[in-house]
Write a new protein. Structure first.
Length: 292
């Protein structure tokens, strides 16, 4: 097995085209570079360079070693950076509510990946949340602020919810100006005993005692039910495309929080995603909070 440091001098010579230029780049004398390359040739039992008036020229064996050497150099640099908190690379798994994940985060991920090609993003957009404290995910975007002291918790963004329906359903049911008018409607909402967060209990805030006739544990499914003429329901405003707002005095507000384990919060990969989430929330503020 050869000395890996000899490979470094070989790569410098291959890049520079001469032992003299390689010596200047590596901070040693020309004789050292020449000796190291010669030692490498002896171990490999191959001639790596031929000398010409134009400088060094790689042999076929030298070309093969150059290709392998560049791969090894990349791997060595990656190994050195593995303990560097500024090396933004690797996988980051995010847990997020399905509506926010599918309609806000997912469309923005391709551009973020192009800007950060060393990152791999895993988006867990479900009805429910996975936990950074249990190491199920690296980051969680939740509807309430976790209280676990092991977590770094920051507010991400406020967002608004309102009552929506289709123009066709509104024409059938008549004007819906006040919250009490909702009692005439078929209500679409959550399955009460499948609620995974108390912040999802919307109906009593709109009008006490309202009950859903059509319900789902999925906010996206609720939206599809409403779009299909199933009635009226409370939706995040960023999910309201194709629908119209009714009962304008009913306007709810919630907040998303982002949390991660303190021990990984400073790593470049997690910090890059946290910063992206904050920037994205700011850029989409008009969709998240359209009513002032």
């Amino acid at each position: 097995m050869f000395d890996w440091d000899d490979l470094r001098y070989f790569l410098a010579a291959a890049r520079a085209g001469s032992f003299n230029a390689a010596a200047q780049r590596t901070g040693v004398d020309t004789a050292t570079v020449s000796r190291r390359v010669a030692r490498l040739e002896t171990v490999l039992k191959a001639t790596l360079f031929v000398r010409s008036a134009a400088g060094l020229r790689l042999t076929s064996a030298g070309s093969r070693l150059l290709e392998a050497g560049l791969q090894a150099e990349t791997a060595m640099h990656a190994a050195v950076r593995s303990g560097d908190p500024e090396a933004a690379g690797g996988a980051v798994r995010i847990s997020v509510a399905e509506g926010f994940g599918a309609h806000v985060l997912a469309p923005a991920l391709p551009a973020f990946r192009r800007a950060r090609p060393t990152l791999r993003i895993e988006l867990a957009a479900n009805a429910g949340f996975l936990s950074p404290a249990r190491r199920e995910v690296d980051l969680a975007v939740t509807l309430s602020a976790p209280t676990d002291s092991r977590l770094l918790v920051e507010p991400l963004t406020d967002y608004q919810l309102a009552v929506y329906t289709t123009p066709q359903y509104l024409a059938e049911i008549g004007s819906l100006d006040e919250a009490e008018d909702l009692r005439r409607c078929q209500i679409v909402g959550y399955v009460d005993d499948l609620l995974y967060s108390p912040e999802l209990r919307y109906l009593d805030e709109a009008a006490p005692g309202l009950e859903a006739a059509l319900s789902s544990s999925s906010i996206r499914a609720q939206r599809e039910i409403i779009l299909a003429g199933g009635g009226v329901g409370i939706l995040p405003c960023f999910l309201a495309e194709g629908l119209i707002r009714v009962t304008p005095r009913v306007l709810l507000q919630r907040r998303f929080w982002v949390s991660t384990l303190r021990e990984v919060a400073a790593s470049a990969r997690v910090r890059a995603v946290r910063n992206w989430l904050q920037d994205l929330a700011a850029a989409r503020s008009q969709d998240l909070r359209p009513f002032r």
